[in-house]
Design a protein around this ligand. Sequence first.
Ligand code: GLU
Length: 451
Amino acid sequence: MAVTDHVDLNGFMEGVKKRNPYQPEFVQAVQEVAEDIFEFMQDKEEYHSQQILRRIAEPDRVVSFRVCWEDDAGNIRVQRGWRVQNNNAIGPYKGGIRFHPSVTESVLKFLAFEQTFKNALTGLPMGGGKGGSNFNPKGKSVREIMRFCQSFMTELYRHIGADIDVPAGDIGVGGREIGFMFGQYKRITNNFTGVLTGKGLEWGGSLIRTEATGYGAVYFLENMLATKGENLEGKTAVISGSGNVATHAAEKIVQLGGKVLTLSDSGGFIHDPDGIDQEKIYWVKTHKTHRRGRIEEYVEAFPNATFHAGKTPWGVPCDVALPCATQNELLGEDAKTLVANGCKAVSEGANMPTDLDGVHTFKHAKILYAPGKASNAGGVAVSGLEMSQNSERRSWKEEELQQMLKDIMSGIHNSCIQYGNQGGGYIDYVKGANIAGFKKVADAMLAFGVV
Ligand code: GLU
């Protein structure tokens, strides 16, 4: 037998832990994938002997850099920036940039690893990457954010390019930040190119990019419910988060006849038994995104609602749940509560919001459970469509893009069924997504030989 440390799952994971000390999020993401891939590889010696999973779990490179900027009071501030280029076997590295104090190398490595599978699942030619900084945009002035974005790009520009690596937004990085970064990239390189996605409509952005992650997560949910002959009409939904993904997921649930009961932020969650309708969602969007307010102020505007400080919404009984905030926001106990309360389906809008315990609970209960790499792929999918439009130097119509997004989400759902159908009416979407994503990347890597 070839010299290999992945003869079995435990041995493989021991190696991953040893090589990545103090990187729990990265180890968790690899573990979740490895559990399924080891089973899949049992009779596929080539993947073993070519060490494919070992290679995907070792980023092509991690670029770490200093980001220096001056605050409004004239103080010099120093942050750390990163770009993790995980794998470009099937296309240029692609993935967002996150600005949040919780950002570490471990978090970005897990996100870049997940992104590799997610992007493969979309069917578009995109590799996996992720970047960001521990910069906290909260409480910063617009000028401070601009100076930070410019400084960040002053280093990042060396590592990216329309055919090399195409970043986008993520937590803490929206249209405004993409604008500041694109402006700086163009200033430095004198090159107007599709080097970032999530751009403004006037300068190369795509329609429905903003809505795509949240809408896509609900389209995926609809696809899952349809396998049981059900739909969202009259269903109650519990959603966490109140940013771009959560508010657009809420909007689509309401459009499809569901009732949204909760939204949240890092301070706690609000529960509105009357349902968070389109008008209230609009209030949340304005309040959170434009005014940078707190979700707890919702109860002042809509007094029938209650605010639950420091809590997550998973205890509120519901038919469907959409974790749309951040990683590890839904723990094993929360998963048990959801299942006990009769929750039928979970569609992840965030990346790895459910911890390993929770994943095992959902799988064991055999409920409809979609991991983020499948259900939240709508955002990066429309980013891929933005890249195509930039290459063609044209803009597609909204109806065309809506249809393409729906088709891509159904395509991902079909891939999950292809590799995750366990018989007896149960589809293991985690397994399906992991295997379908892995196979595409792995087969490309086999074609390239040992590089
Ligand atoms: N940050 C988003 C994600 O997690 C979008 C990435 C992109 O559009 O490149 O998939």
